[in-house]
Design a protein around this ligand. Structure first.
Ligand SMILES: C[S@@+](CC[C@H](N)C(=O)[O-])C[C@H]1O[C@@H](n2cnc3c(N)ncnc32)[C@H](O)[C@@H]1O
Length: 412
C-alpha cells in the first residue's frame, strides 16, 4: 500500500527485496540500527554493521554469530559487493557520505536522518497469515504505522476477510487466555479466522466469537449434554466428525489447553480417528490471573517454586491425586484452580499439616474481566472471610508470601 500527498517528486516504486544470503551494510550501531537489524536478519540477509561502537543488543547478535561487526568509522569500500545499505548514524555528514558511496555503486540506500535524500524508504511492516503488509506514506512514518496497524488488525479480527488459499481439514486446539480478547495470542486469532467450525467453552474469550464470519458453525459446549464425561465424549465426537467432513475445526477454550483443560483427551481422540490435530498454547489463568491482580507467582528471595493444583476435590476425597501434606510442607506459592467450593477444607488441611495459619492468601475472581476483584485473606481467616464476602467461580486462589509482597499494607 502506498500513499503520498501531492508532491513534485514521483511516488516510490514498491518492491519486495529478497535478501537471503545477500550482503546488507548497516552504518551505525545505535538505536536505529538496532531496530532495523532484526528484520534484515529475519529476511536472511548477511548483515554487516559498520560502527566504532554498538548497543549491547547488537553486540549480542555479533557474539551469537548472526551479524558481522566492523568496529571502526565508515569507509566507502565497505559498500563493495553490497545489495542494500542502511545509513543509520546520528551524524548527518556520515549518512550523506554513505548515501553518496551507495549512489556511486548503484546500491539502494535508506537514510535514517533525511528520507528526502535517500534512494529507498523503509515501509511500516506487519505480517499476518503469511501476508506481509508494507505501508509507505509521504515521509510520515507515524501515519504509515497507524495504517499498517489498522490493516493488520482487520486481517486478524476478520474485518478484512482474507481467507487462506489452502485450508487443510483437521482440528486446532486453541487456548484463548483468561478471557480478555486482548490476551488471546496472534496465533489464536489466526486460527479462529481460518475456522469452518468453532467448538467453544464457557470460559473461552467469547467476544472473539462475535468476530467470526457468519458462515462459521459455532458449537457452544455449554449447551451439550450435562455431566463432565458425557460432554467430553460429545466434544470429541463433534470435532472428529466435522474434521472428517473436510472442515477446519477450532476447539476453543479458556487459558491453556493442557492446564486442567482436558485438551490431551482431544489430542488422543483425534489420533485414534486419524484426524490431524495441532495445538495453539494459551496464556493460562494460573499465572496470568494472579499477574493481573498484581501478584507475582515467584519473587526473588520469597518463593523459589510455585505449584498449580486443582481444588475440585476436597483433600480427603478418595479420588484426589494430591498429596496435601506434602504441599503443606512446601514454602513456595500454591495456586489453586476450581477451588472456590473446597477452599475452607483445603485451607484447614494445609494448616493442620504444617503451613503457618497466618500465610497470606488471595482469591481473584473474573480475572481480566471488567468484574475482576481480589479478596485478600489468610489461611486461618479465609473461611470467615468467604462467609462475609462470598466469591463465585471462576476464581484463582494464590497462597504464599508473594501475596503479602503484592499487598504489604494488608499484611503488615
Ligand atoms: C477447567 S479449569 C480450566 C483452566 C484453563 N485451562 C487455564 O489454563 O486457565 C477452570 C478454572 O480455571 C480458573 N479460571 C479460568 N479463567 C479464569 C479467570 N478469568 N479468572 C479466574 N479464574 C479463572 C478457575 O479456577 C476455573 O475454575
Amino acid at each position: 500500500m502506498t500513499e503520498h500527498a501531492s508532491t513534485e517528486a514521483p511516488p516510490p516504486y514498491p518492491s519486495a527485496l529478497r535478501l537471503a544470503g545477500r550482503r546488507v551494510v548497516v552504518v551505525g550501531g545505535g538505536q536505529v540500527a538496532q531496530r532495523r537489524v532484526p528484520a534484515l536478519l529475519a529476511a536472511g540477509a548477511d548483515v554487516v554493521v559498520v560502527s566504532p561502537e554498538v548497543t549491547p543488543a547488537i553486540e549480542g547478535l555479533v557474539g551469537g554469530g548472526e551479524v558481522t561487526w566492523v568496529p571502526r568509522g565508515f569507509e566507502a569500500a565497505d559498500l563493495d559487493e553490497s545489495w542494500y545499505v542502511v545509513a543509520a548514524t546520528d551524524v548527518p555528514e556520515v549518512n550523506a557520505a554513505v548515501s553518496t558511496a551507495a549512489e556511486e555503486r548503484r546500491v539502494f540506500c535508506v537514510r535514517a536522518d533525511d528520507a528526502a535524500e535517500a534512494s529507498a524508504w523503509t515501509p511500516a511492516v506487519g505480517r499476518h497469515a503469511g501476508v506481509t503488509v508494507a505501508v509507505v506514506s509521504n515521509r510520515e512514518p507515524r501515519r504509515s504505522a497507524v495504517i499498517r496497524d489498522q490493516v493488520i488488525e482487520g486481517l486478524r479480527d476478520g474485518r478484512l476477510p482474507v481467507r487462506p488459499h489452502e485450508k487443510t481439514p483437521g482440528v486446532v486446539l486453541v487456548g484463548g487466555g483468561p478471557g480478555d480478547p486482548e490476551l488471546a495470542t496472534v496465533a489464536a486469532r489466526r486460527a479462529l479466522s481460518e475456522a469452518d467450525v468453532v467448538v467453544a467453552d464457557r470460559l473461552a474469550p467469547r467476544e472473539l466469537l462475535s468476530e467470526l464470519a457468519h458462515d462459521v458453525e459455532l458449537v457452544d459446549v455449554a449447551k451439550l449434554p450435562r455431566g463432565r464425561s458425557a460432554a467430553q465424549e460429545e466434544i470429541n465426537r463433534v470435532i472428529v466428525e466435522r474434521a472428517r467432513e473436510g472442515k477446519r475445526v477450532v476447539r476453543f477454550k479458556g487459558g491453556d489447553n493442557f492446564v486442567f483443560g482436558r485438551g490431551y483427551e482431544e489430542v488422543q481422540a483425534c489420533a485414534e480417528a486419524g484426524v490431524p490435530c495441532t495445538v495453539v498454547p494459551g496464556l493460562t489463568s494460573a499465572i496470568s490471573v494472579p499477574a493481573l491482580a498484581g501478584i507475582p507467582v515467584t519473587h526473588r528471595g520469597v518463593a523459589h517454586e510455585f505449584t498449580v493444583i486443582s481444588g475440585h476435590l476436597p483433600p480427603d476425597h478418595p479420588e484426589s491425586l494430591v498429596e496435601w501434606d506434602s504441599v503443606a510442607r512446601m514454602r513456595g506459592t500454591v495456586v489453586l484452580l476450581m477451588a472456590v467450593q473446597n477452599l475452607p477444607a483445603i485451607a484447614r488441611r494445609l494448616v493442620s499439616a504444617g503451613r503457618p495459619a497466618t500465610t497470606p492468601l488471595a482469591v481473584v475472581t473474573d480475572g481480566s474481566m471488567p468484574t475482576q476483584r481480589t479478596l485478600w485473606s489468610t489461611l486461618e481467616l479465609v473461611e470467615e472471610d468467604l462467609v462475609r464476602d462470598p466469591v463465585r467461580p471462576p476464581a484463582i486462589v494464590v497462597i504464599g508470601e508473594v501475596v503479602s509482597v503484592a499487598n504489604p499494607a494488608r499484611y503488615s
